[in-house]
Design a protein around this ligand. Structure first.
Ligand SMILES: C[S@@+](CC[C@H](N)C(=O)[O-])C[C@H]1O[C@@H](n2cnc3c(N)ncnc32)[C@H](O)[C@@H]1O
Length: 253
């Protein structure tokens, strides 16, 4: 993949004839890329992170707050994820909902993956990601590409990806089931999915129909996450839980 050429030119999909634009910093592979008048708004939990302010603050205090809910912190979360990815090391890793690239940069720097794709729906998160990369000589020449896409429509062919990472993201997705089904589709056989998110405490079955109220985020219970992964076709589900933090992993059969 010749990244500078792709970024300069954009390209046209030979199968569906759609033209995709390049934004210099990242490749825009959303369906609405290039549309002039048509716009689409996502749920607040997606739109929030498109804001320049939230994107700027994300690695400057916002993410650190997650520790209060039991998140071990980026260094430890990265090491935990790497352990799960061991069977698929050396392949292509997609960091979906990468935000400002906190983990994409660590994966790229590790040198353990052939390519790392930092993917997010937020243009401003990707700009922040680019700024961090630009100022870090140790990753400037690593095989890291920035892509804008919706997790519910991942721009990769089926069975082409070895590892998918989704840090602190599932609770922000408009449809976790569409997202996990897409992740399952793009993973190759034996490929590994690792995610973290905020848990909702389990409630007795009787009260479940009352729903999740008007929460801004779509926090799932530990049981729902396992059910989601296995019903989308993933196998070997495992998880580690600490307060509201969960890291889970599953594998493509
Ligand atoms: C809380 S941040 C997580 C960032 C980073 N992965 C981490 O571990 O800190 C959640 C990210 O999910 C992204 N996101 C929300 N909806 C999305 C969607 N539909 N497709 C792709 N990314 C989405 C947001 O833009 C945001 O960057």
């Amino acid at each position: 993949m010749c990244r500078p050429a792709i970024y300069r030119s954009g390209f046209k999909c030979k199968k569906c004839n759609k033209t995709y634009s390049s934004k210099n910093i990242y490749l825009d592979l959303t369906v609405t890329a290039g549309s002039k008048d048509y716009n689409e708004f996502r749920p607040a939990r997606t739109e929030l992170f498109r804001s320049p302010l939230v994107s700027f603050l994300y690695e400057r205090g916002w993410r650190q707050n997650f520790n209060r809910s039991g998140f071990p912190g980026p260094d430890e979360e990265f090491q935990m994820a790497r352990e799960y990815f061991k069977p698929a090391e050396g392949g292509v890793l997609v960091d979906v909902s990468c935000g400002s690239g906190l983990f994409s940069r660590k994966f790229a720097k590790s040198g353990a993956y052939a390519k790392v794709i930092a993917l997010d729906f937020s243009e401003n998160m990707l700009r922040q990601c680019y700024d961090f990369i630009k100022n870090d000589e140790t990753i400037l020449n690593s095989n890291l590409a920035l892509v804008r896409a919706d997790v519910s429509r991942l721009p990769f062919s089926s069975g082409s990806i070895d590892c998918v990472h989704a840090g602190a993201a599932l609770h922000c997705w408009p449809s976790p089931s569409n997202a996990v089904a897409e992740i399952n589709r793009i993973l190759r056989s034996g490929g590994v999915f690792v995610g973290t998110t905020f848990l909702r405490p389990s409630t007795p079955a009787l009260f479940r129909s009352l729903g999740r109220g008007s929460q801004n985020y779509n926090n799932l219970t530990a049981e729902e996450i396992e059910d989601l992964c296995t019903s989308c076709g993933l196998l070997n589900y495992t998880s580690k839980i600490q307060q509201s933090f969960i890291m889970f992993s599953a594998q493509k059969p």
